[in-house]
Design a protein around this ligand. Structure first.
Ligand SMILES: [Zn+2]
Length: 417
């Protein structure tokens, strides 16, 4: 059997080894409207040309909650949170404390990158945000963040000074082009290895940051700059001979009142109003990047004594703006969540409403001018884009609606080798 056709099984799925350099990108917060709007105004000529040729773009869905860590991990493992264990950016640990889900010790499934590397495929993971790097590095995958590229080398690939390879210093994490720098790292490392060893990267994963998408709607100036530059990077990857697939971890919605102020339901205040004394509200969107969203998204877990659960469930479900409330066992099935890492109740709000703890606990100063966020059902809709012609079976699946966690399957198995 030729090496190109040997299969690598990861979490129950078979993947072909890449026979051409292959990149999967997760564009953080890329609501499909950003692409549609940018292409309609001619800002993404390379993407438009790709789609007019062999490429294809259809809508699909990510996992719930529509947050960065659960979706990035679903994409790189090809499985659900029930299997890989990362159901939030943040969760309540068994000891009752709130913990960031950034430690690979929390991962319950291997990544496709790690399993490919184990059979000798040359892989790399690049993330804009440091918070994802350790999860992506699980299994000794070489991984680097744009945020700390000036401090991190890639010893596994024999590279000490990554900004020198890229040819410019890394931007700050709240700069508009921190995401593009992550894309630049991937391509520059590939070309550096190709020159040095005659063999570049074979499988690359690039994950970006959604600071721009949190701050600006489609058509606003910084968003336009973001998508123009993303288009140039798509072109650069295609010119370098890559098969490219990209998706988003989640979309993005304005969660605002008519006057532009944040529209938030504070769940602890609701529980206080019911006279419930013992509770713990956990917001799985919580992460270190507070300028984005003030920890306000459209999904929450509530822990409370069994005797109060039905009363709380009914009260939440009756609120204008709340769309879904499920007890733990139902949520685990509906959302494919690990039952031991979610609350007694899972609460989801509508596109224009965010969920908070108590009003007094959230600093709204960074989102006063407009809260744009995600976490709920409405931001589960994501673009799924593949650069090269898909086999008939994969093309039909793509059109009918795939999941973002199928993207490695698409680029490795669906594209003719
Ligand atoms: Zn995200």
């Amino acid at each position: 059997v030729p090496a190109a056709y040997s299969l690598v099984t990861v979490n129950g799925r078979d993947y072909r080894r890449p026979s051409r350099p292959t990149v999967v990108m997760t564009i953080d917060g890329c609501q499909p409207a950003y692409l549609d709007d940018a292409m309609a105004r001619g800002l993404m000529p390379r993407l438009s040309a790709m789609l007019a040729g062999e490429g294809a773009y259809h809508l699909g869905r990510g996992v719930m909650p529509s947050l960065t860590n659960p979706n990035n991990v679903s994409i790189v493992t090809g499985t659900s949170p029930a299997v890989h264990g990362i159901a939030g950016n943040h969760f309540r640990a068994p000891d009752g404390s709130e913990v960031q889900l950034t430690d690979p010790a929390h991962l319950r499934a291997p990544t496709i990158l790690a399993e490919m590397q184990r059979v000798g495929v040359r892989v790399l993971a690049v993330t804009a945000k440091e918070k994802l790097r350790r999860l992506l590095a699980d299994g000794d995958v070489p991984a680097i963040s744009a945020e700390y590229a000036h401090e991190q080398g890639l010893p596994g690939l024999g590279i000490d000074d990554v900004p020198a390879v890229v040819g410019r210093p890394n931007p700050k994490i709240y700069d508009w082009d921190a995401s593009h720098y992550a894309m630049e790292i991937g391509l520059a490392v590939h070309q550096h290895l190709l020159q040095r060893d005659g063999q570049g990267l074979e499988l690359l994963y690039v994950s970006t940051t959604d600071f721009v998408q949190h701050k600006e709607a489609p058509g606003e100036p910084m968003a336009d700059r973001f998508y123009r530059r993303f288009d140039e990077m798509i072109g650069a990857y295609l010119d370098a001979g890559f098969v490219l697939g990209f998706t988003a971890d989640h979309g993005m919605s304005a969660k605002q009142e008519a006057d532009g102020s944040p529209r938030v339901i504070y769940l602890e205040d609701v529980l206080d109003g019911l006279g419930i004394r013992e509770y713990h509200v956990v917001l799985p969107i919580t992460d270190p990047y507070v300028l984005h969203h003030g920890a306000l998204g459209s999904f929450a877990w509530v822990y409370l004594p069994a005797a109060d659960r039905e009363r709380a469930r009914a009260a939440f479900a009756a609120l204008d703006g709340v769309e879904e409330v499920y007890p733990r066992e139902e949520a685990a099935v509906i959302f494919e969540h690990p039952a031991d890492r979610i609350g007694d109740l899972s609460v989801g709000s509508d596109a224009r409403t965010a969920l908070g703890k108590a009003q007094a606990k959230h600093d709204l100063s960074n989102v006063e001018s407009g809260l744009r966020s995600h976490g709920g059902r409405h931001e589960q809709i994501v673009p799924i884009v593949v650069s090269h012609r898909l086999s008939a079976r994969y093309a039909a699946w793509h059109e009918a609606g795939a999941q973002s966690r199928d993207l490695f399957d698409f680029v490795l198995n669906g594209v003719a080798q």
